[in-house]
Design a binder for this molecule. Structure first.
Ligand code: MN
Length: 240
């Protein structure tokens, strides 16, 4: 009787475990995937730490509202509107990762910092990530969380057609046309940030040009099953 696609549920469980094992999420952060047959719905865990997600935790959500399809759902993530509003604004997006990965944060804190790709694995960063200033929408006394549809819509507007949006003082949100690529991008956004933090004290970084970024993205993301299989095995070994 379960109408949800079993293979996608398994991939979502694996995505949660991988993101935790790769230290992209900790107790917080979440990952979602659009329903493959119903573009107006998406799947994401209930309110639980990503490293502990099992198949029974996966909830079906409405893109229109960011609420669960079921009438009496379990407790949901406060920031589920990040996912619903991006799925609404971006028909091309099939998966969304929201996290507070630690090396990326300084680029969402330092005034004037730019988060552009510096290595070939990070071409998805294109010409550089936009920065969402929550204060512009939520005023000067918010908790910085995307806790309603309006803030989610504002975040989606700042994301535009990019693959990653920085969230000032908070973290980032990464999108892709598949769940596996979204996970890959979240992992390599952290790598790009670490490389930048190591490079900046030495001198001005030589960024990839937008054309280099495009070419490198196509090459790397065309091999997405390789890192996915490795990371899945590592996550399973860590959890055992
Ligand atoms: Mn958050």
């Amino acid at each position: 009787m379960n109408p949800l696609p079993a293979a996608l549920i398994q991939d979502l469980v694996d995505a949660n475990r991988i993101l935790f094992d790769q230290r992209i999420v900790d107790a917080f952060g979440h990952v979602s995937a659009r329903h493959p047959e119903r573009a107006d719905r998406f799947l994401m865990a209930r309110n639980v730490a990503p490293g502990q997600v099992v198949a029974a935790d996966i909830v079906e959500y409405e893109v229109a509202t960011g609420e669960a399809v079921a009438a009496d759902p379990p407790r949901l993530y406060l920031e589920r509107f990040i996912h619903s509003e991006i799925f609404k604004a971006r028909p091309d997006v099939m998966a969304v990762v929201h996290n507070h990965s630690p090396a990326v944060l300084p680029f969402a804190i330092a005034k004037g910092a730019r988060f552009r790709p510096v290595c070939h694995m990070c071409g998805f960063l294109g010409a550089g990530a936009p920065l969402f200033e929550v204060r512009d929408s939520a005023g000067p006394a918010s908790d910085l969380l995307i806790r309603n549809r309006e803030l989610g819509a504002a975040l989606a507007t700042t994301l535009g057609d990019a693959s990653l949006v920085l969230m000032r003082g908070h973290g980032c949100t990464v999108v892709a046309a598949s769940l596996r690529v979204a996970v890959y991008r979240a992992v390599y956004a952290e790598v790009n940030a670490q490389l930048l933090l190591q490079t900046l004290p030495l001198g001005e970084p030589e960024y990839l040009t937008p054309a280099e970024a495009d070419a490198a993205r196509e090459t790397c993301e065309g091999q997405i099953d390789r890192p996915w299989k490795l990371w899945k095995q590592q996550a399973e070994a860590s959890a055992a």
